[in-house]
Every structure is written in structure tokens, then in C-alpha cells.
Design a protein around this ligand. Structure first.
Ligand code: BG6
Length: 493
């Protein structure tokens, strides 16, 4: 699949039109990100932001009830500038709409200007994507300068993802579609590409048998919060693994692309996704663990179990934790397991990729009975850091070695402000840069691999295993690693 480059008319005035403009994502992420882009002069000079919601608010009510009361608190204190904020608010228009009503799109058309670039950000449930795009098109709102941003999860399985992609594709070409995965906007994730493809020393070692295992963890302290309506139908595999974790896996595992051109990068990621070994029912039983948190304590504070959270059905089987062992069937990664793990209400917030290099074939230097291998630890959150664990001589008498970290302190090396993921990706959309967005075939390949796991779990009739909030998941997750004589990163420290 190839994508024609975005049309070369970068300086058009912008109408940013946000569906789901009164939702969680808007006030937590999108609007603060747009404010930051505005503050740093990264919005085109003649920008307007049209937010769409069902609430019968006037513009003033929207500004007061939503922008001031809900979105403003999510702007970093030190970045807040009252004059810039006022100018930012002046860009806004609130459009009250029922997204299913065809007539309402004509009102949207009146509110939007002609001859501008319209970016439609669909921050709604994916069930609405098809209708919204059909209606936008029918009302004459879509032209060759328009772009559409689709929030994840795109569909709930392969068939629904294909259906949405086909429906959206009737009105927008692939070059106009930005399927967002905010992990691809994180500084350290982008830096991983530079680390891999900018440093010659890693090239020859970045494969089997020099790498023996890869761990990817995205652990959150937060629980389901107020999102049970969404989360209970979704679960951790759809919410995190099918997209964020597989995207991280792709960046670790892909072959060097020929350039940073969107298709060059996405072709390589697609090959990785298509090389993932499909899981059989036996693999699913042996190599996947799903869990659900029970009451416990996080950071010393008592917290409820998932089943006690608001709006969670008493018999819910939604998984809030997944650990699994994936394999990539290609020459580079043959027999190198990729362990992926994510969960809510874990002991601490940490997102990291750990590349475990093979141990020495034979060591002449004593290391207290342990055979250490080098490790490269790329931490995305809470701090951005890259550490290479090396072996060094333990000071004192004798020749004895111990692991010590070579630290790449990015905060100290570069003092420039780091944009948050959504800000960076929104600017990419505005400038027509598709490299860090998913192409249709990529997204569908990710579903094709993930879906049998969901089916396997449903067929097995098993419930997710309970794990106490404030831990790193069920004991079965430790056992998954122990089978390989391995431990998760936090246990090896
Ligand atoms: C979202 C998920 O995509 O990512 C959330 O829907 C999750 O459930 C969030 O909490 C995690 O993102 P981050 O950037 O905080 O790691």
C-alpha cells in the first residue's frame, strides 16, 4: 500500500473541527496541546477551533464551563500565560450538534469557512466514525485540503476496523487520514529510531543471537477512573496492546527503513506485524496472562478493586492487565521472545523497553556466580532516559565485575522544551506529516494478530486472574518469565 504525499498547500488558514469537543480526551489532552501549539506559534496564523458537542451551550458557556473549568487545569502551570490564553480562547467557536443529524452538518458548514484547511478530529467512539464521515461529505465539508484524525481504538476487532477504514476511505484518501497512536508522538519513542538508526554501534548487534530477549512494559498506577463505560467493553488488550505496545514492538524490531518518508517507515512496521507468529489456542493458554485488579494500595493509598469501581458490572471479565510472549518469525528475530506487559493499578507508573543482550559465552572474570548480560533500558515514563548496563571492575582488590549503568541524560544534554505527544502529533497533522501515524494495512495487521487472543480467551471461559492493586500483576506473569529462567526488569534490580 502506498500513500500519496499530502497536498502541498501548507499555508492555508486552518479550521480545526473537534468531534467529541466536550469529552475527556478534549479537556485532558487535545485542548491543552493546542494551547501549547498556539503559545509556541505553531498554529497557522489564521486558525479557528470549532468544538462540537451535544450540550446546549452558548459560546460563552462553553468557554466558561469547559475551557476555563475543565481544560485550563490541564495546562502546565509554568506554561500558562494569561494573554496567550485569552488570544487562544478567541479562536474558539462552539457548535452544538447531534452527529447523527444530517441537518446539523449544514450548520457546521455555515460555521466553517470556505477555502481553508479543515482538520476533523474524531475524538468520539469509533462506532460514530462512519456516520460522521458520511455526513461531513454529504454536507460538502470534505475537499482535497481536508484531513481527518481518527482516535484509537479504531474498531473492536478486525472486521469492524476494516469496515471503518473502508467507510472513511470513501471520503478521504489515505494521505488525508491520520490514525493516531499517541505513543508514536512521545519523545523517547521517536528517539528510539534515532538511537537505532543513527548509531552505527547498534546495527550489527540488533538481532539474534546477540539480543536474547526484549521486554516492553507499560505499567500505570491509575485505575479505570470514570471510564468504565468505555473500558469495560474494551479491556487492556484492545486499549493498550493492539496499538501502543505493538507500535513500540515495531520500532524495536523493524528493519532500517530506506528513509523517514511515511511509507518507507510504515512498510517496515507492517512487515514486523505480518511476521508476528499467530497464536494457537495452546500458545494463548501458555503464553498469555490476563488479570483484573482487586482492592489494594497504590503509593500507600487504599484503592478499590476493579469490580467495585463505578459502572463496572459485578461479573465483569474485562482484563486490566495483560502479559504475553510474542515471537517474530523472521531471520533477525528468530527465537528471540518479546515479552509485552501492561496493566492498571500497578505498583508504579513505568513505561520502558528493555533489550537484553546475550551473556558472554564464557567469562574469565568472576562476577559472584552470576552471568550478567548487557541491557539497554529505554524508559519512556515517568522519566525519559536511556541506560546501557555495562559490566565494570568492582573497585578494590582483585578482578571482579559488577553491572553499572552508562546513562544518557537527555534532560541535561538538551535543555529545549519537549512537546507533549499530542502537541507534536497535532502539529504533524497540521503540517501534513504522516510518518508517525498508522496506515490502514498496519492497523489491520495489528488487529489480525490480536483478535485470536481475544477469541481464545472468550472460548476458554476462564476469568482474568485477580491481582492486588499496587503489585506488578498476577503471579502467573512472573511464572511466564520464570519458564525462560528470566525475570521482569523490576525484579532484576
Ligand atoms: C490511552 C488508554 O490510549 O493511553 C488509557 O486509552 C491509558 O487507558 C493511556 O491510560 C496511557 O497513556 P500515557 O501516555 O499516560 O501512558
Amino acid at each position: 500500500m502506498t500513500t500519496q504525499q499530502a497536498s502541498a498547500t501548507p499555508n492555508l488558514p486552518l479550521d480545526m473541527i473537534i468531534f467529541g469537543g466536550t469529552g475527556d480526551l478534549s479537556f485532558r489532552k487535545l485542548l491543552p496541546a493546542l494551547y501549547m501549539a498556539h503559545l509556541h506559534c505553531n498554529l497557522p496564523p489564521d486558525t479557528r477551533i470549532l468544538t462540537i458537542g451535544r450540550k446546549p451551550w452558548s459560546r460563552e458557556e462553553y468557554i466558561n464551563e469547559f475551557m476555563e473549568a475543565k481544560a485550563k487545569p490541564f495546562i502546565e502551570k509554568k506554561a500558562f500565560d494569561a494573554t496567550a490564553w485569552d488570544k487562544f480562547l478567541a479562536l474558539f467557536e462552539y457548535v452544538r450538534m447531534d452527529v447523527d443529524s444530517v441537518e446539523d452538518y449544514h450548520r457546521l458548514k455555515e460555521a466553517s469557512r470556505e477555502g481553508v484547511r479543515r482538520v476533523f478530529y474524531l475524538a468520539t467512539s469509533p462506532d460514530l466514525f462512519t456516520n460522521i464521515c458520511d455526513n461531513l461529505s454529504a454536507a460538502g465539508l470534505v475537499d482535497e485540503n481536508s484531513r481527518v484524525v481518527l482516535e484509537k481504538p479504531l474498531g473492536h476487532d478486525l472486521a469492524s476496523a476494516q469496515e471503518i477504514n473502508t467507510a472513511v476511505g470513501q471520503h478521504f484518501s489515505e494521505a488525508q487520514i491520520y490514525r493516531i497512536d499517541h505513543y508514536l508522538g512521545k519523545e523517547t519513542v521517536q528517539n528510539l529510531m534515532v538511537l537505532r538508526f543513527g548509531n552505527a554501534i547498534f546495527g550489527p548487534l540488533w538481532q539474534a543471537p546477540y539480543i536474547k530477549r526484549v521486554q516492553i512494559t507499560v505499567a500505570e498506577e491509575v485505575g479505570v477512573g470514570s471510564r468504565a463505560g468505555f473500558y469495560d467493553k474494551t479491556g487492556a488488550l484492545r486499549d493498550m496492546v493492539q496499538n501502543h505496545l505493538l507500535q513500540l514492538l515495531c520500532i524495536v524490531a523493524m528493519e532500517p527503513p530506506v528513509s523517514l518518508n511515511p511509507d518507507a517507515v510504515r512498510d517496515e512496521k507492517l512487515k514486523v506485524l505480518r511476521s508476528l507468529r499467530p497464536m494457537t489456542p495452546e500458545d494463548i493458554a501458555r503464553d498469555t496472562v490476563r488479570g483484573q485488579y482487586t482492592a489494594g494500595a497504590v503509593n500507600g493509598e487504599p484503592v478499590k478493586g476493579y469490580l467495585e469501581e463505578d459502572n463496572v458490572p459485578a461479573n465483569s471479565r474485562a482484563e486490566t492487565f495483560v502479559a504475553l510472549r510474542a515471537n517474530i518469525n523472521n531471520w533477525r528475530w528468530a527465537n528471540v521472545p518479546f515479552f509485552l506487559r501492561t496493566g492498571k493499578r500497578m505498583q508504579k507508573k513505568v513505561s520502558e523497553i528493555v533489550i537484553e543482550f546475550s551473556e558472554l559465552p564464557f567469562s574469565i572474570i568472576p562476577s559472584g556466580g552470576r552471568n550478567y548480560g548487557n541491557r539497554l533500558v529505554i524508559q519512556l515514563q515517568p522519566e525519559e532516559s536511556i541506560q546501557l548496563q555495562m559490566l565494570a571492575k568492582e573497585p578494590g582488590s582483585g578482578m571482579h565485575m559488577l553491572p553499572v549503568n552508562l546513562n544518557l541524560d537527555l534532560q541535561q544534554a538538551f535543555t529545549e522544551r519537549r512537546a507533549e505527544a499530542y502537541e507534536r502529533l497535532l502539529i504533524d497533522v497540521i503540517r501534513g506529516r504522516l510518518t508517525h501515524f498508522m496506515r490502514r494495512d498496519e492497523l489491520e495487521a495489528a488487529w489480525a494478530w490480536a483478535e485470536p487472543i481475544l477469541e481464545g480467551w472468550a472460548k476458554s471461559g476462564d476469568k482474568p486472574r485477580g491481582y492486588t492493586a499496587g503489585t506488578f500483576g498476577p503471579a502467573a506473569s512472573t511464572a511466564l518469565m520464570a519458564r525462560e529462567n528470566a525475570v521482569w526488569a523490576e525484579e532484576s534490580q
